[in-house]
Design a protein around this ligand. Sequence first.
Ligand code: G3P
Ligand code: MG
Length: 249
Amino acid sequence: MLETSLAGGPVPAVMGHRGAMGHAPENTLASIRTGAALGATWVEFDVKLTLDREVVVIHDDTLDRTTDGHGAVAVRTLAELAGVDAGGWYAPAFAGEPLPSLAQTVRLLAELHLGANVEIKPTPGRGRLSGEVVAAFLRDHWPRDARGLMISCFWPETLAAVRDTVPGIPTALLTFDIADGWRDQLAGLGCSAYHVSHTALTAERVAAVRDAGFALRAFTVNDPDRARTLYDWGVESIVTDYPERLTGL
Ligand code: G3P
Ligand code: MG
């Protein structure tokens, strides 16, 4: 049963990336199931608007790399995307794996009692709309049986729309580098966390973000030695393609 419950919940040390994309086709229900089977209690996945303002789980603006479809996601309706194969490109065993809607995905999260880091990939030219639609969907449909929830995004405009649509929903700004003015930017957007590429991190930078009162999480780390270093510096959570490698570090 779907009920509104937007409590963030404690974020674990390990989050599966696009489900568990080291083992299964990224951003599919199979990938999320695999992440759970490998010990992840939260998963990260990417979401994007359809033409009819529904939400699907996919990384790229276009279908070509990760499905048997072609062209832009933003010009297809949810019904048109329902028949797309998002698994066959990865391996024959995954052929027929659907391109999931966000609605299907949150039902699976509830079934598996998983938390989610929902990363919005805004449609070009529809940055605010992308934030508004995803935030409203999660406000209205986040399942009580799922674990915790956060929304992340590289684009401040989209996070501002999330903040304005559902004030208080946990959000994180993603970045490949820590630019000047980050404190004010995070505070202005109402973000509780900074999600930073591990390649941009140093012990000093981790300390500065944490001292400023923000959670610091890193992406995407598949090497346990590197993960250990990041945890030692104070990184609280790491997004990985291989959850089983980092569990228990
Ligand atoms: O959450 C971090 C990571 O997912 C951001 O990069 O391109 O894999 O969505 P990307
Ligand atoms: Mg992502």
